[in-house]
Design a protein around this ligand. Structure first.
Ligand SMILES: C[S@@+](CC[C@H](N)C(=O)[O-])C[C@H]1O[C@@H](n2cnc3c(N)ncnc32)[C@H](O)[C@@H]1O
Length: 224
């Protein structure tokens, strides 16, 4: 597991580091958590939900979604109860997958499969996924380049990618959060917006839309 984990950030998440528990609470609690998220990230979690809902709404019945890293299942809130999608929620952390299953139950959602996966080495065929959701993601991975490569590999031509990440050339006021995350061992090396756009172009993505929102950058793109 975590073959690309040279600096250990994925292993920390895999072992359910205390920050993973705190993060899950903050990202799912609608009041105090939402406030803390806004203070810490400088934008609301509503941006994530708006993008996820819009992308999911475009998909035909039977489409394959890969939500990685699903964390505690935050994006499940944007999935209609009567959805007809094949929804694969994946994460390296068994504890996060347990939380996702709990969230699916609480929302009354069927058809959500949870699988332990390393984003750097997805056990999925090429050209097999219609939509990859990867929110609050790349900055947590030891090898963000490998993750983007895997998204491009598994997406079908015309498939969509929606992700968010902290970037190394983001606003200075979020630098402390980044340094703290590195010291705690839960953040990887990250990437700049320029690098991310270059990787997406190298991997055949078009229609790349970049939306900065405080300390996070949201990106949507189409696999050509
Ligand atoms: C900040 S959380 C984001 C979760 C969720 N997408 C959200 O927006 O709330 C980062 C997630 O990345 C997962 N993760 C870290 N390294 C991973 C890897 N190599 N493969 C898959 N998931 C990984 C962690 O377990 C954690 O659930």
């Amino acid at each position: 597991m975590a073959p690309h984990d040279a600096d250990g950030s994925s292993r920390s998440w895999q072992r359910d580091h205390p920050w993973a528990i705190v993060y899950d609470r903050i990202s799912t609690d609608p009041r105090l958590g939402a406030l803390l998220w806004r203070i810490g990230v400088g934008s609301g979690v509503g941006v994530l939900h708006r993008i996820a809902a819009a992308e999911l709404a475009e998909l035909p019945a039977g489409a394959q979604v890969l939500d990685i890293p699903c964390g505690g299942g935050i994006a499940l809130r944007d999935l209609p109860r009567d959805h007809r999608l094949r929804y694969l929620a994946a994460d390296i952390s068994p504890a996060m997958l347990t939380r996702t299953r709990g969230e699916a139950r609480a929302l009354g959602l069927d058809g959500v499969e949870t699988v332990e996966m390393d984003v750097g080495d997805l056990p999925l065929p090429d050209d097999s996924v219609d939509l990859v959701l990867a929110f609050t993601s790349l900055h947590c991975f030891p090898d963000p380049r490998a993750a983007v490569g895997e998204f491009g590999r598994v997406l079908l031509p015309g498939g969509r990618l929606a992700l968010s990440t902290m970037v190394t050339d983001g606003p200075l006021r979020f630098r402390g959060l980044w340094v703290g995350g590195r010291v705690a061992g839960v953040l990887g090396p990250g990437c700049s917006r320029v690098e991310l756009k270059r990787w997406l172009a190298e991997d055949g993505f078009t229609d790349v839309e970049v939306r900065p929102a405080g300390g996070l950058t949201y990106v949507t793109a189409t696999r050509s």
